[in-house]
Design a protein around this ligand. Structure first.
Ligand SMILES: Nc1ncnc2c1ncn2[C@@H]1O[C@H](COP(=O)(O)OP(=O)(O)OP(=O)(O)O)[C@@H](O)[C@H]1O
Ligand SMILES: [Mg+2]
Length: 332
């Protein structure tokens, strides 16, 4: 532990008895302190922030509180949802919206399929289901042959289903939130998945109630956290990692999306948002860094057209970046 980290820990302990510091990140004169199972107190936070900011080598301070709500229920196991035929479930999550979680989820699912895994992609993002667009089944109706179970869509060799098929995108968020738990359970448990090696779940962004419900009700074997390199996204990535760890779901690693920009005309590489922030965050938190995905126009256009880059340009360096991450995930 560096001297600065030690000083920060001492300051935190001065303010809180028996504190659990879930994560402490010190980088570029910025300290991000995540406190677990402690009630937030604005005055205490302000004072603590001031004292940490006064340390030599620190300019900015963020203190994050993570709630106890998602702690594993001791004694009684919650009743789990049974997703039949599916051997392994991995969640692709992000602390923050818009970081490229769905794009990563769809390309990783296709990459896993190319590695020979029978793959399914489930879109659980009640706030912005985008997998139907990315796989091009947006306007197709959900079919049930037997009147009891739904048929999964089959696109580019993978099976898929989206919460967007049940939930009205124009409905208010509060309503969607209230309906989401039941709708997700229904879709996951009443879809004919067939024989699946790996199901990838595009999770809703953030660490709210619906994410926690999914993390507790599904037997998730591991979580991949997607982040962009900016500090603000990384702070949220830390929250995401904490949420899964609290419910006992292993973190498979962190992916840095939009890591650097590649000009499609000249191939020039530019690190617009800084470099290696996610890698350093992963190291600090003791989780694996899975790899970097460049910011490249083809990644967006191909997903928008329903043919993600791994499918449409499998030999491109961009597709290869996803393949390399998928190999690490497939190995476990
Ligand atoms: N590596 C990339 N290069 C270029 N464009 C990208 C990349 N990753 C994502 N995008 C684009 O950025 C936008 C946001 O990506 P995406 O929808 O995957 O994010 P998200 O985290 O799932 O967002 P939301 O929180 O809204 O669900 C999309 O237009 C997508 O095409
Ligand atoms: Mg999304």
């Amino acid at each position: 532990m560096s001297n600065l980290e030690e000083q920060i820990r001492k300051l935190v302990e001065k303010y809180f008895n028996q504190v659990n510091i879930a994560a402490l990140i010190v980088k570029d004169e910025r300290a991000i302190v995540t406190l677990q199972n402690i009630t937030e107190n604005k005055d205490v936070t302000a004072n603590l922030e001031k004292e940490i900011a006064a340390l030599n080598g620190i300019k900015k301070v963020n203190i994050i509180y993570t709630s106890e709500r998602s702690a594993p229920t001791l004694g009684k196991e919650p009743e789990m949802w049974k997703v039949s035929g599916v051997k392994k479930i991995i969640a692709v999550a992000s602390g923050k919206g818009g970081v490229g979680k769905s794009t990563t989820a769809v390309n990783l699912a296709l990459a896993l399929s190319k590695l020979g895994k029978k793959t399914a992609l489930f879109d659980a993002d009640i706030y912005g289901p985008s997998i139907p667009t990315m796989l091009g089944y947006e306007n197709q109706p959900v079919v049930s042959y037997d009147g009891k179970t739904f048929n999964a869509f089959e696109v580019h060799g993978i099976k898929s289903m989206s919460i967007g098929t049940l939930i009205d995108r124009d409905a208010p968020l509060v309503w969607r939130g209230a309906k989401a738990g039941g709708a997700l359970e229904q879709l996951l448990t009443q879809v004919e998945w067939g024989d699946i090696d790996i199901m990838v779940i595009d999770m809703p962004p953030g660490t709210g109630d619906i994410q926690i419900t999914l993390a507790q009700k599904l037997k998730i074997d591991g979580a991949v956290i997607v982040s962009t390199p900016q500090d603000i996204a990384l702070i949220d990535a830390v929250k995401g990692v904490n949420m899964f760890q609290k419910v006992g779901i292993p973190i498979l690693g962190i992916v840095e999306n939009m890591s650097y920009y590649i000009c499609p005309n000249c191939g020039h590489k530019e690190e617009i948002f800084g470099h290696a922030g996610a890698k350093e965050t992963a190291e600090r938190m003791g989780v694996r860094f899975l790899g970097e995905i460049p910011l490249h126009i083809d990644i967006r256009t191909h997903a928008d057209e329903g043919k993600p880059i791994v499918e449409d340009k499998p030999d491109s360096p961009q597709a290869n970046a996803y393949m390399e991450i998928a190999k690490k995930i497939a190995k476990g």
